[in-house]
Design a binder for this molecule. Structure first.
Ligand SMILES: [Zn+2]
Length: 305
């Protein structure tokens, strides 16, 4: 497969480049803290909350990146080889990650370990766990437990602080979860439908009691086929859904076709697979959840229009 060849080439190039580098290549000038890399920006923020000031936390992929089918660069490998710990979501979110991490002598921890997963309902990955487990704040409490354990092992000297940071952040997660459930509970029954591009909202829909409908199940699959669009139009018409949505990391073109063919409005852009830039609408994970719930309730009740 071409992707395998590409990764193998990158690995070879990276090995050559690494020859001349000293250990700790990912360390910034004069920054001696252990380096923790995450596979994407949402995990970076959560890890930062737990790490506080004692670890240097960075994301391998940048803001706005398509994380399912990402192709790592030689620079990513060079950076990762100098890290002390790598955190990935797991649940087959990062299709590129297994081969990437196999080539490195750096420990990695799957932060979704132990969460209660929901299955993907259809498509090529039908029956597998839906990888977007972080869209439930309650699941992220478990992510935090896994991070506290990993950071304490990496840096035992600050274990108490990681535990305290983790507990404080878990309380915030609980508050956002309660807020979100209360907000979405105010929607009348006919407006309790969440129509999106990727089927990335199963966990949020479960927490909030919404019916989930999407164009395609996972970004890694065929996207926006005529059948997917027709099926979504039918759902929106039948349910009288007032608004539909799409995510920041994919094109909303197909959803605009649904809007044109139905009475639904385009409700706005939701964030799932990436945070925004620091000056954008969702620079942190908690803001991502709040933003999405605001956009969803606003558009479905018509108060945002
Ligand atoms: Zn996704």
């Amino acid at each position: 497969m071409p992707k395998r060849v590409a990764v193998a080439t990158i690995l070879a190039v990276a090995t050559l480049l690494l020859g001349g580098c000293a250990g700790g290549a990912a360390n910034g000038e004069g920054d001696e803290r252990p380096v923790v890399l995450t596979t994407f920006t949402v995990l970076e923020d959560v890890a930062q909350q737990v790490a506080g000031e004692h670890l240097r936390v960075e994301s391998i992929t940048k803001v706005g990146a398509e994380i399912h089918g990402y192709e790592p660069t030689p620079g990513d490998l060079r950076r990762a080889s100098g890290a002390d710990l790598i955190l990935d979501n797991g649940l087959n979110l990062e299709a590129w990650f297994a081969q990437f991490v196999e080539s490195l002598d750096v420990p990695h921890v799957v932060v979704s370990d132990g969460v209660e997963v929901l299955p993907i309902a259809e498509g090529a990955a039908e029956g597998h766990a839906n990888p977007h487990a972080w869209m439930s704040a309650l699941n992220v409490q478990r992510y935090v437990d896994n991070m506290v354990a990993a950071f304490s092992e990496l840096d035992p000297e600050h274990a108490e602080e990681y535990a305290a940071n983790g507990a404080a952040y878990q309380a915030e997660l609980q508050a956002v979860h309660d807020e979100l459930v209360a907000d979405l509970a105010s929607l009348p029954p006919n407006e309790r439908a969440l129509v999106t591009c990727e089927g990335a909202f199963s966990y949020l829909a479960r927490d909030a009691g919404l019916t989930e409908q999407y164009l395609w199940a996972v970004n890694a699959e065929q996207q926006a086929t005529p059948q997917q669009i027709a099926r979504t139009i039918e759902f929106v018409d039948e349910q009288g859904v007032p608004a539909v949505f799409c995510e920041s990391t994919v094109s909303d073109e197909a959803m605009q076709q649904v809007v044109e063919a139905t009475d639904a409005a385009f409700g706005g852009t939701l964030y799932v697979d990436s945070l925004s830039e620091p000056d954008g609408p969702v620079p942190t994970y908690l803001e991502l959840l709040r933003h999405d719930v605001d956009v969803i309730t606003g558009a479905l009740t018509g108060s945002a229009r």
